[in-house]
Ligand binder design. Structure first.
Ligand code: AMP
Ligand code: GLY
Length: 419
């Protein structure tokens, strides 16, 4: 079987790596892929943009692929699934209508309300003055969100009214037409990525991400600086509740709206100090870096699960099998990220790092004349597994010591909530 993976992050490297572990998979093609997928045995990169649907279609036909797996949200929100399905190709990922669960916060909030899924109180604004008046009336802390996709830069958790007003003003100034203002919650965040075929839901192991750039969860939000799985805070009782109170009602509500959602439903949850569950956001795709921590623990062949979703027969599959181990991924970023950063810095030490038994998933990297150089903000993720989180973290950090590039930055406190 050949599989086509769309995207170029650490998530896509991890997907390609996991797929190629299966006896059934002969080749993975990555569009456009990165330095990691370029040197992964059995994997081939094709330099096409992720929104070149016709190019992706041609590639799928020429290579006779059995399945197309979409990593990032943008092509899903642009309708890649609708397009490729109309060409009779098999694709893992929701349609444009389903992807609204991530591409419009307002749409997702309304869906949650109709499904009785708990989510923070909110108001939606298309007018600056009304939004500012509401922020003043509510007081701080308060959360301001762009309604539409904003490449991870659309959310401000404001600790003062002034900060919230600046955030609202800057969203409208930057061309966002709709802004969501939301109650601010405290607690622990967890990411639950579930596979669904539009009827049945199968959650993967729960993970915790580290969104902020700075140690102690300080500074700006990023795409995610590290993750671990399975998150111990999600007890089996909580897992059951997440499935029954959040995931299944959401898929049922999508179906009621005529949306046949086949792909990943990723719930970004807050567990409040009182033990309440709230959905902060849904994503329509695999999380990154969460996927880099989850997939190394997966024992069931990944393609069996993905195909069962696209063919709507998830219910017939046996339970997903997992290694009984802890996994952690530490992300190394380019200096300056999530602000401005340099590209083209030479990366060394990955081979030595992997000799220590870890997996280095590459994200913003490129093979340039046989030399691996940086090509993005989050450059790579070092994933280690172990019998305990301590073991896994020690391995990941020991491996990071081998890797170098100019300006390399990583958080040294990944897993701090575990103690
Ligand atoms: P989102 O893209 O909606 O997940 O927001 C990005 C990040 O902002 C989340 O991972 C949280 O850390 C934070 N956040 C979002 N909504 C809230 C909220 N209502 N209360 C507190 N923090 C939030
Ligand atoms: N790690 C957060 C995300 O994938 O959205």
């Amino acid at each position: 079987m050949k599989i086509l993976v769309v995207g170029n992050g650490g998530r896509e490297h991890a997907l390609a790596w996991k797929l190629l572990q299966s006896q059934q998979i002969k080749q993975v093609i990555c569009i456009p892929g990165n330095g990691g997928t370029a040197s992964l045995p059995g994997c081939q990169n094709l330099p096409l943009p992720v929104d070149d649907f016709e190019g992706i279609e041609r590639c799928a036909l020429v290579h006779n692929v059995s399945l197309i797996v979409v990593g990032p949200e943008l092509p899903l929100a642009q309708g890649i699934t609708d397009y490729l399905q109309s060409k009779n190709l098999k694709i893992f990922g929701p349609t444009q209508a389903g992807a609204q669960i991530e591409s419009s916060k307002h749409w997702a909030k309304t869906l949650m309300q109709s499904a009785g899924v708990p989510t923070p109180d909110f108001e939606v604004f298309t007018d600056l003055a009304a939004a500012v008046a509401y922020v003043k009336q509510q007081g701080a802390p308060i959360v301001v969100k762009a309604d539409s996709l904003a490449a991870g830069k659309g959310v401000t958790v404001a600790s003062t009214v002034d900060q919230a007003i600046v955030a609202v003003e800057s969203l409208f100034k930057n061309g966002f037409s709709t802004v969501v203002v939301e109650e601010c919650l405290s607690g622990q965040e967890v990411s639950v990525l579930a596979l669904t075929d539009g009827l049945t839901v199968r959650p993967l192991l729960p993970a915790q991400d580290h969104k902020r750039i700075g140690e102690g969860d300080t500074g700006e939000n990023t795409g995610g600086m590290g993750a671990y799985a399975p998150a111990p805070i999600v007890t089996s009782a909580l897992k059951e509740r997440i499935e029954q109170e959040i995931l299944q009602p959401t898929v049922d509500a999508l179906r009621k709206r005529g949306i046949d959602y086949r792909g990943v439903l990723y719930a970004g949850l807050m567990i409040t100090p009182k033990g309440d569950l709230m959905v902060l956001e849904f994503n329509c795709r695999f999380g990154d870096p969460e996927t880099q921590a989850i997939l190394p623990l997966l024992e069931t062949p990944l393609e069996e699960l993905l195909l069962a979703c696209t063919e709507q027969r998830l219910e017939q599959l046996p339970e997903i099998k997992w290694k009984s181990a802890a996994a952690t991924c530490v992300v190394a970023a380019a200096g300056g990220y999530p602000g401005a950063y340099q590209k083209g810095q030479v990366i060394t030490g990955i081979e030595q790092a992997e000799k220590l038994g870890v997996q280095v998933f590459q994200a913003g990297t490129q093979l340039k004349q046989q030399q691996l150089v940086t090509d993005g903000g989050r450059v790579l993720g070092v994933t280690a597994t172990g019998e305990s989180f301590d073991q896994a973290l020690n391995s990941a950090y020991a491996a990071l010591n081998c890797i170098e590039f100019d300006g390399m930055y990583y958080r040294r406190d990944i897993g701090h909530r575990l103690t």
